[in-house]
Write a protein that binds this ligand. Structure first.
Ligand code: FPP
Length: 240
């Protein structure tokens, strides 16, 4: 059976999970953290190489102040409580996004967790914080424009192949499977460039209810897909 090497997830539905139980939304995010833990562990067990989670988008700053504050506190606590175990399990943690917008202490902790786990290779766990797909493409464009101004690359040489290394996750295997929980059918400015050939999978399950069986269902659906990359089915059969 074909296992996706890299899975990216929009973890949607924490707020609704809490509201349905007449609980404050922040309790939904706390419950969501448990689903993160279970998903990381299950990916590791199933031999997935990389998992990228959308934890906080560039647009999430617009939420009510107390919800943003609760999410920041959750991230700080999660860094304190989870990093030891991730490290013990050989997980390499990377944050992608514009980390400078966070307060200095939180961004320093994120950088410290990345440095601490940098030598691990059991699973790459990428957590997108203050991330947006358009931001990513813009920062890549800024990077390559700087290289062009320094004379390191000719303007004519800028194409898909030379721009790609400037984007987040360029050092990792391509995304095979995109999952969005919570019933919405959109990509919401997640990895716009990197999802070009990902298989898309949507489920009504709310993120706090997403467990090992739900992840297995997504992986099973992925295994049924025919990935053609612009070719025809007949061409794929001919080349095996
Ligand atoms: C979307 O649900 C979820 C978020 C904006 C936050 C995701 C954060 C976590 C799962 C917390 C733990 C994460 C880490 C990495 C420690 P929503 O609030 O938009 O839900 P709704 O659509 O039901 O309102």
């Amino acid at each position: 059976m074909s296992i996706p090497r890299h899975i990216a997830i929009v973890m949607d539905g924490n707020g609704r999970w809490a509201q349905r139980r007449h609980l404050p939304r922040k309790l939904g995010h706390r419950e969501g953290q448990k689903a993160v833990r279970a998903t990381v562990e299950h990916c590791r067990q199933r031999g997935v190489a990389a998992l990228t989670l959308f934890a906080f988008s560039s647009e999430n700053w617009q939420r009510p102040g107390d919800e943003v504050h609760a999410l920041m506190q959750l991230f700080v606590k999660a860094l304190d409580s989870e990093v030891d175990e991730l490290h013990r399990n050989g997980v390499r943690l990377t944050f992608i996004g514009d980390l400078d917008r966070f307060d200095a202490e939180l961004s320093a902790r994120m950088r410290a967790a990345m440095a601490r786990t940098a030598g691990n290779d059991a699973l790459r766990l990428n957590v997108a914080v203050n991330y947006g797909g358009r931001w990513d493409i813009a920062q890549a464009a800024r990077g390559i424009a700087g290289a062009a101004m320094r004379g390191e690359i000719a303007l004519d040489a800028i194409d898909e192949l030379t721009l790609a290394p400037w984007l987040c996750l360029a050092d990792q295997v391509p995304i095979d499977l995109f999952i969005r929980t919570g019933g919405e059918l959109r990509v919401s400015n997640f990895l716009l460039w990197q999802l070009a050939y990902a298989e898309l999978y949507f489920t009504d399950t709310l993120w706090p209810d997403f467990d090992a069986a739900a992840l297995d269902a997504a992986i099973d659906a992925f295994a049924q897909r025919e990935r053609r990359y612009g070719h025809t089915s007949a061409q794929l059969r001919a080349t095996g």
